[in-house]
Design a protein around this ligand. Structure first.
Ligand code: FAD
Length: 407
C-alpha cells in the first residue's frame, strides 16, 4: 500500500458530513417509522432531498471525486444513520446510474442519467434489474433474452426480473440480459428501457422484513422493444466482445477489471450498514445511561458496559475497513485480498450483531415499535443478503487470498 495512505476526510468533507447529518436528523429520522409502516416509497422525502441537491447525480459525482476518497462512504453512513429504508429510496437510483456510467457511451450517459433523477419538482427514480428467480448469487444463470431485430434496429427483451429496487415504479430501468446464452456471463449485455416503454410491467411487490420504505418488486419484460441506441456501450463494442468470447480469448486483465468494479462499489454498501449500526448503538448507549434498575443506571453493570464497548469497537473497525477499501478504489490500488468484499462482509455482519445487542440493552422497549432499534435490526438483515451475500463475499475473499478456484 502506498506510503501516502491517509483516511483524513479533510475540512470540506467534514462539512458535507455535518450538512447530511442535519438532513438525516431533521428530515429522515422523524419520517422513518411512518414510511416503514406504510411500506411505500417516501416520495416527499426524496423530493426534499432533491430540493437540497442531495438527490442528484451531481451530488454523488462530487462525493465520488472527493480527493479524500471517502466522500461516498461518509454520505452513505449519514443518510442511513437517519433510516435505511428511506436511505435506500434516496440512493437506489444510483445502482442504475452507475450501470450507465460504467458501460454507457457519453451520449447515453447524457441522455439517460438526468431522466433517472427527474427534477426537484418532478422527481423520478431508476431501477437496476439483474437478479432473476433462478439467477441470484449465480448471475451467469440469467435467462432474460435480448434479440436484435436488424430490420428495425431494435432489441427485443423477454424475461422476468426479481428483487428490483424501484422495479416497476422507475422512470428508467436498466436491464441485464443475455444475447448469447452459451457464453454465460460473457454473453450478457445491459439495456436501458426508456420511460413508458410498452411490455414492461411490475410483477409482485414484495412485503419485506426490513427496509420497507424501499420498493422491491418483480419486473416482467414481455416483448419489450427498445431502440438499438439503448444497448449500453453500443453494438460494435458488443460484437467485438462476443467475438472474443466465442474464440475463447480473454482480454488481458478483464476478470480483474470486473472484480475491481465490485470491489470499488461494495464499500459504499458497507457504509450504509455502518450507518444503521451507529444509529442503534447511539440509542442503546443513551438508554443504558438513563435506564435505572437495582438503583443505578444499567450501564453501571459491566455486562452492559462491555456490550457497548464491543459494539463501538466493531463499528469503528468496520468503518476503517470501508474507508480503506474506498481509499484504495480512489487511488487505483489493487484489491489483492478482495478488501472491498471484506469491508462489505464485516460491516453487514456488524450491523446485524450491533442492532441485536441494542435490542437486548433496551429490554422490553427494544422489542417494541415505540423505539427504533427493532426497525434498525430488521433493516440490518438485508446487509448480509443483497449486493452479494456474506457467503459470496467470503467466497471472493477466499479466492483472492488463495489464488485457487474455490467453489
Ligand atoms: C430488498 C432487496 C433488494 C434487492 N435489490 C436488487 C436490485 O436492485 N437489483 C438486482 O438485480 N437485485 C437486487 N436484489 C437481489 C439480491 O442481490 C439477491 O437476493 C442476492 O444476490 C442473493 O440472491 P438470491 O436471493 O437468489 O439467493 P441465492 O443465490 O439463492 O442464495 C441462497 C443462499 O445460498 C447461499 N449460496 C449461494 N451460492 C453459494 C455458494 N457458491 N457458496 C456458499 N453459499 C452460497 C447464499 O449465500 C444464500 O445464503 C435485491 C434483493 C433484496 C432482498
Amino acid at each position: 500500500m502506498s506510503s501516502t495512505f491517509s483516511l483524513d476526510p479533510g475540512a470540506d468533507q467534514l462539512a458535507v458530513r455535518d450538512w447530511l447529518h442535519g438532513f438525516a436528523a431533521d428530515v429522515i429520522r422523524p419520517a422513518a417509522a411512518e414510511w416503514d409502516e406504510r411500506e411505500e416509497t417516501p416520495w416527499p422525502v426524496i423530493q426534499e432531498a432533491a430540493k437540497l441537491g442531495i438527490y442528484s447525480l451531481d451530488f454523488y459525482a462530487q462525493q465520488y471525486f472527493d480527493p479524500s476518497g471517502v466522500g461516498i462512504p461518509i454520505a452513505m453512513e449519514e443518510l442511513f444513520w437517519g433510516d435505511a429504508g428511506i436511505g435506500l429510496s434516496i440512493v437506489g437510483t444510483t445502482l442504475a446510474a452507475v450501470a450507465v456510467l460504467a458501460n454507457g457511451t457519453d451520449e447515453q450517459i447524457g441522455t439517460w442519467t438526468p431522466q433517472m433523477f427527474g427534477t426537484p419538482d418532478d422527481v423520478k427514480v431508476a431501477a437496476f434489474c439483474s437478479s432473476e428467480p433462478d439467477a441470484g448469487s449465480d448471475v451467469s444463470a440469467l435467462r432474460t433474452r435480448a434479440v436484435y431485430d436488424q430490420a428495425k434496429d431494435e432489441w427485443v427483451l423477454n424475461g422476468t426480473k426479481t428483487w428490483a429496487t424501484n422495479g416497476g415504479i422507475a422512470a428508467v430501468h436498466v436491464v441485464v440480459a443475455t444475447v448469447d446464452a452459451e457464453l454465460g456471463a460473457r454473453g450478457h449485455a445491459s439495456f436501458v428501457v426508456p420511460p413508458g416503454t410498452p411490455g414492461l410491467s411490475q410483477g409482485q411487490k414484495f412485503k419485506k422484513h426490513g427496509i420497507r420504505a424501499s420498493h422491491t418488486a418483480e419486473v416482467v419484460l414481455d416483448d419489450v422493444r427498445v431502440p438499438g441506441s439503448c444497448l449500453l456501450g453500443g453494438k460494435e463494442k458488443l460484437d467485438e466482445r462476443l467475438a472474443r468470447a466465442r474464440e475463447g480469448v480473454r482480454k488481458s486483465g478483464k476478470g480483474n477489471a470486473a472484480m475491481a468494479t465490485f470491489e470499488a462499489s461494495r464499500p459504499a454498501v458497507g457504509a450504509q450498514a455502518i450507518g444503521i449500526a451507529r444509529a442503534a448503538y447511539e440509542v442503546a448507549l443513551d438508554y443504558a445511561r438513563t435506564r435505572e434498575q437495582f438503583g443505578r443506571p444499567i450501564i453501571d453493570n459491566q455486562g452492559v458496559a462491555f456490550q457497548l464497548a464491543d459494539m463501538k469497537t466493531r463499528i469503528d473497525a468496520a468503518r476503517l475497513l470501508v474507508w480503506r477499501a474506498s481509499w484504495m478504489a480512489a487511488n487505483n490500488q489493487p484489491f489483492t485480498a478482495a478488501e472491498g468484499s471484506m469491508s462489505k462482509l464485516y460491516a453487514g455482519e456488524t450491523a446485524k450483531w450491533v442492532t441485536a445487542q441494542a435490542m437486548q440493552i433496551l429490554g422490553g422497549n427494544g422489542f417494541t415499535r415505540e423505539y427504533p432499534v427493532e426497525r434498525m435490526h430488521r433493516d440490518s438483515a438485508i446487509y448480509s443478503i443483497f449486493e452479494g451475500t456474506s457467503e459470496i463475499q467470503r467466497l471472493v475473499i477466499a479466492r483472492a487470498i488463495s489464488g485457487m478456484p474455490i467453489r
